[in-house]
Every structure is written in structure tokens, then in C-alpha cells.
Design a protein around this ligand. Structure first.
Ligand code: ADP
Length: 306
């Protein structure tokens, strides 16, 4: 049985259609990603799943519960992380966790959770004095303290430095490994590729694709890139004439060849045949960003700056 089922979800705010016909089913024990640029409708989708917003159309079930009707029961099985800025600044880590624990009849041991999330030393620290990474870890702790079967984590690593981000990714995997199903909202392609078992890509409220990151990339037949260096200049026509090659660019000693099919072998064979000595040869695989471009016709421009 799917843990979360979303079927034909639609939601508008006045004239803005925020979500338009999104469907997916999350299986037990997976990290399922809702991926897309800012404003795509991701938060609206999970807010409907959490029962915070009522859909205009479509059907949602979380472990068989209708979020619009069964919010009290839903709260016992679904852990939602609060948006940053929702905790009083002076509240201490230990107090916040005790408060959240008190909402549930059964739940996790707060001390254990703090230790697991590397916050044991921060029990007496006020929320306002936590670093970005610590605040995010507290947000995860609060989402998990009711020992939910499903955890919704929304843009958890935005604003974190790369090291804190990797730490948070490890934590999310640990959460999944304890049997919790994770619904992860992210605009970071790299995060989705690294963490998610499956993703739905949302673009302007509409579903653009659904599948495993690897499967979406493989289905594309997206261009591949081969990079290598040469000591001596060589005639680019050697490569440009190959069936597999669409573009050859050379900058100083580095050449980048874009193409399709078995590009690496085609390039390697041609270079060998013409006596060109190549070093540091690398095949760059396509990414989810390439998938987004292929699916929507627009480049994915939603990095950290957005
Ligand atoms: P995402 O989480 O992908 O960034 P959102 O679900 O937050 O996207 O927003 C989707 C669209 O709906 C955006 O165009 C946003 O401006 C709009 N929107 C979101 N919340 C509201 C709201 N409360 N009132 C009006 N428009 C909203």
C-alpha cells in the first residue's frame, strides 16, 4: 500500500494556479522528492498533504486518512517540520523538544533524539543562538519527536554550507533507515539526485516527470560530454566528423566534446587512430538538470542565488 497518495491535485490562490493536476504515490520506506524551481508549487503540495491547505480538486490519502477531514489522526502519523522562524527565539532546544513531545501520547525519547542528531550539547541553547545547521537539525528532531511514520521535510538544507548540507543529508538517510517514509521538498537538483529514491519534478504547478533520478536521466538520451587534455594541438575535424559528436570545443589544452551514444569510445578510437595523445579523459554523465531542460525546454536556473 502506498503511504501517501496524491491524485489529480489542484490548488489555486485567487488567479494563481499553484498546483495543477499533480499525482504521485509514495511507497513505504522511501525518500520521495518533490523537486522543482522556486514557485513551482512544491510547498503547496505538501501543505495539502499535511492538511494545512484544502485542495480545490483531487484526492489525497496519507495512510488511508483524508488530510482535510482527519487532521487529528493525521498528526499522530505525519511529522511536519515547522518553517524557520516559527519558534520563539528565546526558547531553548531542550524546552522546544519537551513541548513538542507533550503533543503526543507516544513518542520518541527526546534525549535520545538530541544525541542522535548531534544536539546533546545544545540542550540549554536558545533557538536564536543556533547555527543554521543546528537549527535545521532541531527542525528534524521536532518533526520526528512524535515518532511519525511519514516525515515531511521542506527545503531543509537551503542556506547551509556544503559541509552542513552533507551532514543533513546523512541524517535524512538515517531517518529513512529507521523505517520512516520521507517526503522531501527541494529545489536542489543535486540534493534530489543524491538522496531521493524517486522524485516528481514539478514545473509551474504541473508535473513534468516522475521516476527514479537515474531512470529520468537515462530515459533522456541526454547529451553526454567527454573532456580530455592534449599536449599538442590537433585537428578538431578528426572528432567533428563523427556520427556521435554534436559539438567540439577547445580551450587551451582542454577539449570538450558533446554528443550522444557511445561517445567515449567513439572519441577514444578516433584520437588513437590519428595519433592524438589525450590525458585526463573523463565522461561527464547527464544530470537531473539536463533532464529538466529536456522536459521543459528551459534551463534549470534555480540555484542558491534564487
Ligand atoms: P514552491 O514551494 O515550489 O516554491 P509554492 O507552493 O510556495 O511553491 O508557491 C506556488 C505558487 O503559489 C507561487 O506562484 C506562489 O507565489 C503562489 N503562492 C503560494 N502561497 C500563496 C498564498 N498564500 N497566496 C497567494 N499565492 C501563493
Amino acid at each position: 500500500m502506498a503511504v501517501v497518495e496524491v491524485d489529480g491535485l489542484r490548488k489555486r490562490y485567487g488567479d494563481t494556479v499553484a498546483v495543477d493536476g499533480v499525482s504521485f504515490a509514495v511507497e513505504e520506506g522511501e525518500i520521495f522528492g518533490i523537486l522543482g524551481p522556486n514557485g513551482a508549487g512544491k510547498t503547496t503540495i505538501v501543505e495539502c498533504v499535511e492538511g494545512v491547505r484544502r485542495p480545490d480538486a483531487g484526492r489525497i490519502r496519507v495512510l488511508g486518512l483524508d488530510p482535510s477531514r482527519d487532521r487529528a489522526k493525521l498528526r499522530r502519523v505525519l511529522g511536519a517540520q515547522l518553517q524557520s522562524g516559527m519558534l520563539p527565539e528565546k526558547l531553548r532546544v531542550g524546552e522546544a523538544l519537551a513541548l513538542y513531545r507533550s503533543f503526543y501520547r507516544e513518542g520518541a525519547d527526546p534525549e535520545r533524539l538530541l544525541a542522535d542528531l548531534g544536539l546533546a550539547g545544545k540542550r540549554g541553547t536558545a533557538f536564536e543562538d543556533l547555527s543554521g545547521g543546528q537549527a535545521q537539525r532541531l527542525a528534524i528532531a521536532l518533526a520526528l519527536v512524535g515518532r511519525p511514520r511519514v516525515a515531511v521535510l521542506d527545503e531543509l538544507t537551503t542556506g547551509l554550507d556544503p559541509q552542513a548540507r552533507r551532514g543533513t543529508w546523512d541524517l535524512i538517510e538515517q531517518v529513512r533507515d529507521t523505517g520512516v517514509t520521507v517526503l522531501l521538498v527541494t529545489h536542489l537538483m543535486e540534493e534530489a539526485e543524491r538522496l531521493c529514491d524517486r522524485v516528481v519534478i514539478v514545473d509551474r504547478g504541473r508535473p513534468a516527470a516522475l521516476g527514479t533520478p537515474g531512470g529520468l536521466i537515462a530515459a533522456l538520451d541526454a547529451p553526454r560530454r567527454v573532456r580530455f587534455r592534449t599536449e599538442e594541438p590537433f585537428d578538431r575535424a578528426v572528432l567533428a566528423g563523427l556520427e556521435e559528436v554534436t559539438e567540439v570545443r577547445t580551450r587551451r589544452s582542454e577539449t570538450v566534446v558533446t554528443g550522444t551514444g557511445d561517445l567515449l569510445r567513439a572519441v577514444g578510437t578516433a584520437l588513437l587512430r590519428h595519433g592524438v595523445v589525450a590525458t585526463e579523459t573523463r565522461l561527464e554523465r547527464a544530470t537531473l538538470e539536463d533532464a529538466f531542460l529536456a522536459l521543459t525546454g528551459r534551463p534549470y536556473q534555480d540555484g542558491e542565488a534564487a
